[in-house]
Design a protein around this ligand. Structure first.
Ligand code: EPZ
Length: 431
């Protein structure tokens, strides 16, 4: 009998209180990989304790980088004696492992790695990563589900290129590849998520020369080497975690305060919550959500930053089931990010597809409790929020997905008054 861990939620309770946001998963991951670029100690603070972080550290140590974790601080020691290939199992376990490519090509290290893993929310090709790095003189190709990446004998050469799509990962790989390249690079149509600006800030503090000429245009002048900082670099707060708690509060018409967040990263969410009818107030690092007098349906279209984030899609759709009228959500980033919708429909959500990228939610419906299976990280969070809304007891399996991206997910919801606990059962595997 396999032991299965799951989250048990007794729904129907209002959330109340305050919660502090941890460091951003999608910022700390590229920052960690950037430590491959220069020798010495890389010191970070506001580090979240996440499964993906441990996978990244395992991958870096397989390349010969050691690390010391002290509570929310982390020191990575790069003695530039990079050994063999990155650990294949770690590479296959998460999507951000692809971010080792740019740095490794930048320091001239040839590697062979499996294709990256990550949430099953679409095909998630890496053509933009490969095309861009090959334009700089790398020789990267995919052979029998492995990436063979041959670094040029001398340095990568600077490039002028316009990304076909502002891919977050491809932008991060490209920036890390350009900082030591020979010459000056001009990158256009790049992604400009806050996590990318955090990476640019850190690299510039280490002596890189990255200038943002326009919102989606960078000029990067290659330098000989980067120097490590004397003091710890603070990772930005996780905007998706902050958004998840605000939406959780909205789902149960609670009154919650989210602290230690960067509210300027959440403008698109605040706008939608206010349009629905919630009372949202904020200063630079704290947001307060209260219910309004009525909560009407809403239309949302996800997009690249600063549009409404695709990573808040499932949480927001759970909320939509409680709104008066027909709401819609058009997903424009990933082609297969609605797999959890059939799970919500098992709770009585009645969600329909206008087309494969657009769902319609007629509300309000009182969701029934049930057993649910998370299909990916953010879907797991969305199903837990749905569980908070049902009057009965729900169970959400697939906990490993949630643990990848949220630090203390259950304790934080509990601190807001949710009746929620981590359980494990020896019963037959959840079907
Ligand atoms: C990052 O993934 C985030 N992950 C994702 O968060 C986030 O959803 C996504 O950006 C969009 O904001 C990390 O930062 C670790 P993309 P990434 O490259 O870099 C297509 C979470 O829950 N594409 O911007 O993989 C791709 O298929 C995760 O925290 C290509 O076609 O996203 C997708 O349709 C989920 N070719 C679109 O671009 C490529 O070479 C956006 O992908 C690369 C991407």
């Amino acid at each position: 009998m396999a032991v299965q861990s799951y989250i048990k939620i007794k729904g129907g309770l209002k959330l109340k209180g305050e919660v502090k946001v941890s460091g951003a998963k999608n910022s700390v991951l590229p920052l960690l990989f950037s430590s491959l670029i220069s020798e010495g100690e890389h010191h970070f603070k506001n580090i979240p304790d996440l499964k993906d972080l441990h996978l990244a550290l395992k991958l870096l140590s397989s390349l010969g980088l050691s690390h010391k974790k002290l509570k929310q601080e982390l020191i990575i020691q790069n003695r530039q004696k990079l050994t063999g290939d990155p650990c294949p199992k770690s590479v296959q376990s998460f999507r951000a492992s692809i971010l080792c490519l740019g740095p490794l090509m930048d320091i001239g290290k040839t590697v062979k790695i499996p294709l990256p893993g990550g949430c099953d929310i679409g095909a998630r090709p890496i053509d933009l990563h490969i095309e861009s790095l090959n334009k700089m003189g790398a020789k990267i190709c995919i052979k029998k589900s492995h990436i063979v990446a041959i670094a040029p004998k001398n340095k990568l050469k600077a490039c002028q290129l316009k990304l076909k799509f502002p891919s977050v990962g491809a932008t991060e790989n490209l920036i890390m590849a350009c900082v030591l390249a020979k010459g000056t690079s001009f990158l256009e149509n790049i992604a400009c998520e806050p996590e990318i600006l955090d990476l640019i800030r850190y690299l510039n503090k280490m002596g890189a020369k990255i200038e943002q000429l326009k919102k989606r245009k960078l000029k990067i002048t290659g330098v000989k080497k980067l120097l490590t900082l004397k003091q710890a670099y603070p990772v930005i707060p996780d905007r998706i975690e902050a958004g998840t708690w605000l939406i959780a509060g909205a789902c149960v018409r609670g009154q919650i305060t989210v602290k230690k967040c960067e509210t300027k990263h959440l403008k698109s969410l605040f706008e939608k919550l206010k349009l629905i009818g919630f009372d949202v107030k904020w200063n630079s690092s704290t947001a307060l959500l209260k219910p309004g007098s009525q909560h009407k349906s809403i239309n949302v279209k996800t997009g690249v930053y600063p549009a409404f984030p695709t990573d808040l899609q499932s949480q927001f759709i759970a909320l939509m089931t409680s709104l008066k009228g027909t709401s819609s959500l058009l997903e424009t980033i990933f082609e297969n990010r609605f797999r959890y919708v059939e799970q919500l429909n098992r709770l009585g959500a009645g969600i329909q597809f206008e087309n494969p990228s657009k769902i319609l939610v007629k509300g309000p419906v009182l969701l029934k409790s049930n057993k649910l299976m998370a299909t990916d990280l953010r879907a797991g969070a969305g199903l837990v929020l749905a569980g908070l809304m049902t009057p009965g007891t729900s169970e959400v399996y697939g906990l490993h997905h949630i643990e990848r991206g949220y630090e203390n997910f259950v304790p934080k919801l509990k601190s807001l008054g949710a009746d929620i606990q981590l359980c494990s059962s020896k019963s037959k595997l959840y079907k």
